[in-house]
Design a protein around this ligand. Structure first.
Ligand code: GDP
Ligand code: ZN
Length: 340
C-alpha cells in the first residue's frame, strides 16, 4: 500500500495511507537506502510503500524517488535534514517588524528553493504594522529577480484568501524565522489547523522539544501545506561554492563573462564581471554581500562538502590581477547591450 509521510521523528512516522487511514509506522529494517547520512530518513511529503503485518503493525518498506527536497543543514545534529519532499512552492513568511525583515534569511531560503527547482513566494505578514520604504525596495528587487511577493496580515485577515488561491493544487512548504507569524497565518488560512502561536523562541525552547520535524496538512480544498519549525538561521552545506552563483538569478548569467570563468572568486580579480556589476549598480550590494557570506560558509565547511562527493578547489591566488583596464573597457562596451 502507498502512503504519504505527514510527520515523524527518526523512528516513528505518521503516514496517511491510501485507504484513508493514518498510521504510525516504523521503518522496516530501520534503514532507508541512501538516506543513512540524513538527519531524518523520511521527510514530510515523501511517498512511501507500507506493509501491515499480522499484528496490525505498519512498516515503511520503501521510499518512492523524490521529485525534489527542501532541507537545511542541522547544525546540532551535524547532518543534512530534509524537511519537505515533492513540493511545488516554497513560501517564505517574513515580517516587516517584530522581528525585523531579514533579507539575508530570505536569500538563503531562495537558494534552497533554487536547489529544489521550485518557485519562491515571499509572504510578508504583519503588514498591519506598516511596511517601510527600504523593505518595499527590497521586495521590488526580489520581484525583479523572479520571486513572488504577497502582502498579508494574519491579524487583520488582509491577503489571506488571495494567499490560499496561490496554494491551490500544490504542495507548499512554509518556512520562516520564529515570530514572523507563520503559525498565525496558517491558522488564518485554515482555522482547523490549530497551530500553536506565540511559542517561545527556538533559543528558549531548546532542550524542551527534542525533535521538531515538519508537518504536512491537507486542507479541505486539497491543498497540501508543509509547516516547518521556526528557525533562527538556515545553515547551508553541500553546495559547490564555486557554483553558488548559479543559485543567484542575477549572478548566474554574469559569471561566464568573468575573465577567469569558474575559477574566479568574484572578490578582487580584475576582470571579474560580478564585482563590476555591483559597482555599476546592476547587482544589489547586499545581495552580493549575502552571496559572499554564504560562499565563505560553504568554503569553511569544505570538509563536509567533500564527504558528499565533490571537493572544493583551493582559492585561486596567483593570476587574479592579470586583467588590464583597457581590455576590461573593451569587453564592457562589447557587451553593453546584453547588460541592459
Ligand atoms: P511564528 O513563530 O512565526 O509561528 O509566529 P506566531 O504565529 O506564533 O506569531 C508570533 C507573534 O506575532 C504572536 O504574538 C502573534 O499574535 C503575532 N502576529 C502574528 N501575525 C500577525 C500579524 O499579521 N500582525 C501582527 N501585528 N501581529 C501578528
Ligand atoms: Zn568573477
Amino acid at each position: 500500500m502507498r502512503g504519504l509521510i505527514l510527520s515523524g521523528t527518526n523512528n516513528v512516522f505518521s503516514v496517511l495511507c491510501e485507504d484513508g487511514e493514518r498510521r504510525s509506522c516504523a521503518i522496516k529494517g530501520k534503514r532507508i537506502k541512501d538516506k543513512e547520512f540524513e538527519y531524518n530518513a523520511l521527510a514530510a511529503g515523501d511517498e512511501v510503500e507500507i506493509e501491515v503485518d499480522e499484528g496490525g503493525q505498519a512498516l515503511v518498506t520503501a521510499l518512492t524517488t523524490r521529485r525534489n527536497a527542501f532541507g537545511r543543514y542541522n547544525e546540532k545534529g551535524r547532518a543534512h535534514q530534509s524537511m519537505a519532499a515533492n513540493i511545488d512552492l516554497v513560501v517564505c513568511v517574513a515580517s516587516p517588524s517584530f522581528p525585523p525583515f531579514r533579507p539575508r534569511f530570505v536569500d538563503r531560503v531562495a537558494i534552497l528553493a533554487e536547489a529544489a527547482h521550485v518557485p519562491l513566494l515571499i509572504a510578508l505578514n504583519k503588514t498591519d504594522l506598516g511596511v517601510g520604504e527600504e523593505i518595499e525596495e527590497r521586495l521590488a528587487l526580489y520581484e525583479k529577480l523572479g520571486y513572488g511577493i504577497h502582502r498579508c496580515s494574519a491579524e487583520s485577515g488582509r491577503g489571506v484568501s488571495e494567499l490560499i488561491n496561490l496554494l491551490v493544487g500544490k504542495t507548499s512548504v512554509f518556512v520562516g524565522q520564529s515570530g514572523v507569524g507563520k503559525s498565525s497565518l496558517l491558522n488564518a488560512i485554515e482555522p482547523g489547523l490549530g497551530r500553536r502561536t506565540g511559542e517561545l523562541s527556538e533559543k528558549f525552547a531548546r532542550g524542551k522539544h527534542t525533535t521538531t520535524m515538519a508537518e504536512l496538512f491537507v486542507l479541505p480544498g486539497g491543498e497540501r501545506i508543509i509547516d516547518t519549525p521556526g528557525v533562527r538561521r538556515l545553515a547551508l552545506r553541500g553546495i559547490d561554492p564555486t557554483r553558488l552563483d548559479a543559485y543567484y538569478p542575477e549572478l548566474a548569467p554574469l559569471t561566464p563573462q568573468c575573465e577567469f570563468g569558474l575559477s574566479c572568486t568574484h572578490t578582487d580579480e580584475a576582470g571579474c564581471r560580478i564585482t563590476r556589476a555591483v559597482e555599476e549598480g546592476l547587482v544589489h550590494p547586499d545581495r552580493y554581500e549575502s552571496y559572499l557570506r554564504v560562499r565563505f560558509e560553504l568554503e569553511a565547511n569544505a570538509e563536509y562538502s567533500a564527504k558528499e562527493g565533490w571537493s572544493v578547489p583551493p582559492p585561486r591566488r596567483a593570476g587574479g590581477k592579470r586583467g588590464d583596464g583597457a581590455r576590461r573597457q573593451a569587453r564592457y562596451h562589447g557587451r553593453k547591450e546584453e547588460d541592459d
